[in-house]
Design a protein around this ligand. Structure first.
Ligand code: GMT
Length: 399
């Protein structure tokens, strides 16, 4: 499993998948530059390998792609890897492709299959950039299996890139036994004065422009005009200071708590009353799913894969990204109409249990792995002159 270690959905999904596969008896090797932040304790069956790119004065920047491919080759040789699963196409699909080419050249009888999982910004923001698009499309097409985390991302990939591979949609998932509401009254009292009927609104992200954290502040400002509430901003990233500046200018500084990155978001979600996600783009919206698992009602943008996660009016509320008044209106309804809030969170939790629990989704990855491994050797050809296995003239297949 190749992934980014830092806060962000693709690393979380890769880590949760590794842990889940290990609990089902597989041996998983996680390759990353740092210990992934959700792998906080020892897990039997998961081994971490650090890929390090040395610096050298001649190089303008560390050669991450080469170091990652190199580490993957070494791990494959030492542990006899059968599969390389790259999470986030840039540059992990390229590293996996390169590793497989090297292994095929030196040990043609033991060449692992390569799976690339597309997560979102690797396609919608970065991958489609003309500076990257040809290479990203080539590496995706030369994976033996390709998955996307939503139908929306699959459609975007075919629209944005000259990709011909069949892309299978395997949605993101949760450990439903962990992501649930266990209310901690002491923690809640620290974050808001519940004895004074103060509501707690939460946002969790990596504070990049696409998350629109300033819009979170603007919506919260509108909520505050009607409801006694505090805001909890969990995470860190480029837009954190701007968001806190805006809160200050609006006189809300005292009502906003921003503790930075947190390893355990479950306890924080489990004491919150409302989750805001006004992103400009979300290929899936794992943060929204985590909130729904913890019975926190979500108000979000109607973009990307969010409508595949949230059924508007049934399991949460969706609005156009520019409609901050609409988002504030739904938020105020959820914070003041208890029967509505109860209905939405009950539906949301049921939807998570029926559609997005690990035991429902992880077997879909296992089935894909098995399919790829059962293909006669040579099907998943690594020869540059042959068509990659799984390439179809028409984009078609779905899980
Ligand atoms: O953009 C982020 O928040 C990080 C990014 C990532 O890959 O780390 O998230 C993307 O992948 C997540 C996991 O599949 C999805 O839940 C997010 O919706 C997606 N982000 C965007 O599309 C903006």
């Amino acid at each position: 499993m190749i992934c980014y270690p830092s806060i962000g959905g693709s690393g979380i999904v890769a880590t949760e998948l590794a842990v889940s596969l290990a609990s089902r008896g597989h041996q998983v090797h996680l390759i990353s530059t740092e210990l992934p932040f959700r792998l906080s304790e020892y897990v039997a069956g998961v081994t971490f390998h650090r890929a390090q790119a040395p610096e050298y004065p001649v190089l303008h920047e560390p050669q991450y792609l080469i170091a990652l491919a190199n580490k993957t080759v070494q791990v494959a040789r030492t542990f006899g890897l059968q599969l390389i699963h790259a999470h986030y196409a840039i540059p992990h699909a390229a590293a996996a492709y390169l590793a497989r080419q090297i292994l095929a050249d030196r040990t043609p009888d033991a060449v692992p299959r390569v799976i690339t999982t597309l997560h979102g910004t690797d396609i919608t923001l970065l991958g489609s950039d003309p500076s990257y698009s040809e290479t990203v499309a080539f590496c995706i097409d030369h994976s033996d299996g390709v998955t996307a985390v939503s139908e929306s991302l699959r459609t975007d990939t075919y629209r944005e890139l000259p990709v011909r591979s069949a892309i299978r949609v395997i949605p993101n998932f949760l450990d439903c036994a962990l992501y649930r509401r266990v209310f901690d009254p002491v923690l809640r009292d620290r974050l808001s004065q519940s004895n004074r009927f103060e509501k707690l609104v939460v946002h969790v992200s990596n504070f990049r422009a696409v998350k629109r954290v300033e819009a979170v502040i603007e919506i919260f400002h509108r909520i505050r005009a009607r409801v006694n509430a505090r805001l909890l901003l969990v995470g860190n990233g480029p837009d954190r200071s701007a968001a806190l500046d805006l809160a200050r200018r609006l006189g809300l500084e005292w009502a906003v708590t921003a503790p930075g990155e947190q390893q355990n978001v479950i306890s924080l979600l489990a004491v919150s009353d409302l989750f805001l996600l006004p992103s400009t783009q979300e290929s899936f919206g794992l943060a929204a799913l985590e909130a729904m698992g913890c019975e926190v009602p979500v108000v979000a943008s109607r973009v990307g894969g969010l409508p595949e996660v949230i059924d508007d009016g049934m399991t949460g509320f969706l609005h156009e990204p520019g409609d901050l008044d609409g988002m504030a209106h739904s938020a105020i309804r959820l914070l003041t109409d208890e029967p509505l809030r109860e209905r939405i969170v009950r539906n949301a939790r049921t939807s998570v249990e029926q559609r997005f629990c690990a035991q429902r989704i992880v077997p879909q990855y296992e089935a894909l792995y098995t399919e790829l491994l059962e293909r006669p050797s040579g099907d998943a050809s690594v020869s540059a002159s042959t068509e990659p296995a799984g390439v179809h003239a028409q984009p078609a297949e779905s899980a």
